[in-house]
Design a protein around this ligand. Sequence first.
Ligand code: DC
Length: 214
Amino acid sequence: MKRFPVIAIDGPAGAGKTTVAKLLAERLGITYINTGAMYRAVALVYKRKNGDPVKIAQEIAIRFRGERIFLGNEDVTNLLYTPEMSMLSSTLSAIPGVRRALVPKQREMANYSPVVMEGRDIGTVVFPDADVKFFLTASVEERAKRRKAQFNDPRPLEEIKREISERDEQDSTRENSPLKPAEDAIIVDTTGVPLEQVVEILLREIEKKKLKFN
Ligand code: DC
């Protein structure tokens, strides 16, 4: 079966993936999928119930509605984006069974329409044959500043930098699907580049591929 086009956007925390992926999907008129939110949702349920994370990942019913993320009928968006959930989702995402449960769900989401899919392993593992792969990076300083502004984070910048570096280390050194650019990924350093401009850079690359989105 011919699948719809997939645009993969990977990279470390705070590189601008979410803002860029959302804007890009809007400009192309296609679906945006945030796989990090799925790992965060597993972390939230784990914190609440303290059960087996693999079973939680297998049974999780996460839905995206516009900007909001739902577990069943509960809007959990705000609960997912806390420093605690950032670290816990990173920790649980290193468990092979958790990834084995979520990856097929991510693949299935691209069965119905073209997608821009954001994460850590989209171009390497989830869709190694993605039509276009981007890997966004930026300096730790810049990423910490973006996080602070995006989440109105009251913590000192140094503390946010420490958290980001710790998460980078954890995500890049895990044995299973570590964070790393795919060999054929286009690497975009977003340090000092306004994110709207990053979107234009990505759009130009996508245009070269002459993809059909409908
Ligand atoms: O993109 P994010 O910061 O919301 O992701 C939270 C954590 O989930 C991240 O630190 C690692 C994990 N993650 C992953 O392992 N694979 C993905 N495709 C997306 C996120």
